[in-house]
Design a protein around this ligand. Structure first.
Ligand SMILES: Cc1ncc(COP(=O)(O)O)c(C=O)c1O
Length: 365
């Protein structure tokens, strides 16, 4: 019998290690723009909520506290424009990566089932299909997919890695197509607060879904919005029947968010000030890096939202990665996200102001 790990692709970040060593040897140290991991502080009100809930000896529940469910329905109503949400329309998850990786398995998908995701995408959509033994399929436009055997369709807007945002029209068309063919639609919206030259719309907005959550679920995370990647705080909003089934499975599997993190999530969802402050930090870093990349001969495509600049010098991504590593800057090669990215690099602006300024200086040399 083959191992489960043998079904999976090579863990891509291992391939970047030699370049990381090269960049780390640079005189003033590495500027790491490869992984999109937050570096700014966890907001004070979120930390207080976490420590106030530190005395939590009992088991938390998978569905979360009533206060957490209220916070999620309230936020989704206000921020996403979703209407008439009940607690049955929400489900907390332990960071969205575990959900993406295990969703096909928890939906009972397997051999003969197909799972589709964008041609250039966060690698975990493929991993999830493979863990379940289902067939991964990529698309350019979802409505051109063959619906035969297709059980799960992933959208990701704003996109990792390209920063592309799908219009309400594109979302509407995809929802209609998925419903027509009975394909379950999951929309990964974890970068929705990070629109720069676009205003991302949720699949839950009534203009897109017609006010019904039939067959659709949105995935949200506090990792980027509230610098909570270290807390593992995310949630689903949408089709009550699908979420009810997932709740049952996840109860059996013990997939619960720790009680202090639930309390911290309630505090984070109730505050928008820290979101605005964090956006300003990213906006400044984004502009500085974009100008420096363009002045250094790069072309930036899409990137209207998210935490990344999708940049190319029309050469192999590994040549770009190698050249930048010699200047002490580490970026992610585009082929981590699919072979269509082989001439691009993904430049994250999740580094401190000091490191971003240092990257700008080095790019000008
Ligand atoms: C598109 C996308 N989905 C999901 C995740 C996972 O985020 P988390 O597990 O921190 O919620 C990421 C992380 O970078 C991502 O880029």
């Amino acid at each position: 019998m083959g191992t489960v790990s043998s079904r999976l692709p090579v863990f891509p970040w291992d391939r970047l290690e030699p370049y990381k060593s090269t960049a780390a040897a640079y005189a003033d140290g590495i500027v790491d723009l490869s992984v999109g991991t937050p570096v700014d502080p966890v907001p004070a009100l979120v930390r207080s909520a976490l420590t106030d809930a530190a005395d939590s000896p009992g088991y938390p529940t998978v569905w979360g506290t009533a206060a957490l469910r209220d916070a999620i329905t309230g936020w989704a109503g206000k921020r996403l424009g979703a209407t008439d949400l009940e607690h049955t329309n929400v489900l907390p998850v332990v960071g969205s990566k575990e959900l993406v990786a295990w969703l096909p398995t928890q939906l009972g998908l397997g051999a003969g089932d197909r799972v589709a995701y964008p041609r250039l995408a966060y690698p975990t959509y493929e991993v999830g299909a493979r863990l379940a033994g289902a067939e991964p399929v990529v698309y350019d436009d979802p409505w051109e997919l063959d619906p035969a055997g297709l059980k799960l369709l992933w959208l990701n807007s704003p996109s990792n890695p390209t920063g592309r945002v799908l219009s309400a029209d594109e979302l509407r068309r995809t929802v209609a197509w998925a419903r027509e063919h009975g394909v379950l639609l999951f929309s990964d919206e974890c970068y929705i607060e990070l629109g720069w030259e676009a205003d991302p719309v949720s699949v839950l907005h009534p203009d897109v879904c017609g006010g019904s959550y039939d067959g659709i679920v949105a995935v949200h995370s506090l990792s980027k919005r509230s610098n909570l990647a270290g807390y593992r705080a995310a949630f689903l909003v949408g089709d009550a029947e699908v979420l009810g089934e997932l709740l049952l499975i996840r109860k059996h599997g013990g997939m619960m968010i720790p009680a202090p993190v639930q309390a911290a999530t309630v505090a984070a969802l109730g505050d928008t000030e820290h979101v605005g402050e964090q956006r300003e930090r990213y906006a400044r870093r984004r502009t500085a890096l974009r100008e420096a990349l363009e002045a250094a001969g790069f072309r930036v495509e899409h990137s209207e939202a998210s935490l990344y600049l999708w940049a190319t010098r029309d050469e192999s991504c590994w040549d770009t990665v190698g050249d930048l590593a010699k200047r002490g800057i580490l970026v992610a090669p585009g082929d981590f996200y699919g072979s269509a990215g082989e001439h691009f690099v993904r430049v994250a602006f999740t580094a401190t102001d000091e490191r971003v300024d240092e990257a700008v200086r080095r790019l000008a040399q």
